[in-house]
Write a protein that binds this ligand. Structure first.
Ligand SMILES: Cc1cc2nc3c(=O)[nH]c(=O)nc-3n(C[C@H](O)[C@H](O)[C@H](O)COP(=O)(O)OP(=O)(O)OC[C@H]3O[C@@H](n4cnc5c(N)ncnc54)[C@H](O)[C@@H]3O)c2cc1C
Length: 332
């Protein structure tokens, strides 16, 4: 029986990114997903943004992430003939005059300067950002892989896996490698039980509102214009696994749009995060052909293309995985 290069478990942002990496390198794979209706990827706004957090830090490795993100999603767009990557600036209104001063100080730093488009008395417009239409990306990728017999709806169970020296068998097929991309569900599957994953749940909402804003607005929450009069708004962060519902986002949205909007849909997902808030990429301690891409936190869209490339090059070309994202950092 011919061996398939990869069994990819999970078709969220991470698994889909690895599948495309394998596809573009002309390697064989099967991707399986249990098609849960609630996942982090299905709730995501899909925003990528160089300047994040309360302290407005520049995200780790952002120049490389941005480069990979642009290359990767445009390759996928060309292959699928769809538009999924949307470049958009982010407008951040100032809360007070010290906000204004701090942004003017940042303007003199080369690291920040390249991401600042404009500052005026009411706020700052930053660039190097945008969003990926995650829903379209996942659905179109799935449809394409399904048509090519590379995608199946299936629930992975460790007991169905046969482990040999140089291959895995799974449901009558042989695979050279397994890539586990199951997000927070890795906590139950426990293939990599030496790593600790934290659950960070959150909500997003879709609303209708007559407003002509074209930038993403970042003011405590992100207001992302997606279609005419339609906005995706998020996100909340809770250190638990409970769906707190849309109330917090609804009241923050009222501060911006008063009562002039209608809720279309409320979404919920659980992000998986590591203790140091960086992705976890690498090889299993004992099963040398089993790998993981996980802990994307709140930055799956920008981190997954880079992480998938790093893992792919590690497996195929023996290239190093950066220490900051390597699973080895949690092993003594
Ligand atoms: C409200 C909210 C807003 C967000 N906004 C953004 C944003 O604007 N920008 C951004 O970059 N990130 C955002 N994120 C974070 C982003 O969603 C995650 O980083 C990303 O989705 C993680 O993707 P993943 O593929 O690793 O995991 P997941 O999305 O959890 O995907 C795992 C997949 O594996 C499948 N699976 C699990 N177990 C099994 C099994 N046993 N067998 C088969 N399949 C299985 C699941 O069904 C799922 O499809 C947001 C998250 C939330 C919750």
């Amino acid at each position: 029986m011919k061996k398939i290069d990869y069994l990819i478990v999970g078709q969220g942002i991470s698994g889909t990114s690895f599948a495309w990496r394998a596809y573009f390198a002309k390697q064989s794979f099967i991707i399986i997903d249990n098609e849960k209706s609630v996942t982090a990827s299905k709730a995501a706004l899909g925003i990528y943004n160089p300047i994040t957090g309360r302290k407005f830090n520049i995200s780790w490795n952002y120049n490389n992430l941005l480069y990979e993100l642009n290359e990767f999603y445009s390759d996928v767009e060309n292959k699928l003939n769809v538009n999924i990557l949307h470049k958009k600036n982010i407008f951040r209104p100032f809360k007070n005059s010290s906000d204004n001063n701090e942004w003017n100080v940042r303007l003199s730093s080369n690291r920040y300067k390249k991401f600042i488009k404009e500052i005026n008395e009411v706020g700052v417009l930053t660039k190097g950002s945008g969003y990926v239409d995650v829903k379209k990306y996942l659905l179109k990728s799935k449809k394409y892989f399904k048509k090519n017999n590379r995608y199946f709806c299936d629930t992975f169970k460790s007991e169905d896996l046969g482990i040999s020296n140089d291959f895995f068998s799974y449901k009558n097929k042989k695979f050279r490698n397994i890539i586990m991309c199951t997000g927070i569900d890795e906590k139950n599957i426990k293939s990599f039980n030496q790593i600790k994953l934290n659950s960070v749940s959150g909500n997003s909402i879709l609303i209708k509102c007559e407003n002509k804003t074209s930038h993403i607005i970042n003011k405590g929450i992100n207001i992302l214009p997606i279609n005419k009069n339609e906005f995706h708004i998020g996100s909340t962060y809770y250190q638990n696994v409970i769906d707190e519902g849309p109330d917090e986002l609804m009241s923050k949205t009222k501060q911006k749009f008063e009562d002039n909007f209608t809720l279309i849909k409320s979404m919920f997902g659980i992000r998986s995060a590591s203790n140091d808030r960086r992705p976890i990429i690498g090889r299993h301690k004992h099963n040398k052909r089993m790998y993981i891409i996980n802990a994307m936190g709140s930055k799956g869209v920008s981190q997954a293309p880079y992480c998938a490339k790093k893992l792919f090059n590690f497996i195929n070309n023996n290239e190093n995985i950066d220490d900051e994202i390597n699973i080895d950092r949690f092993r003594s």
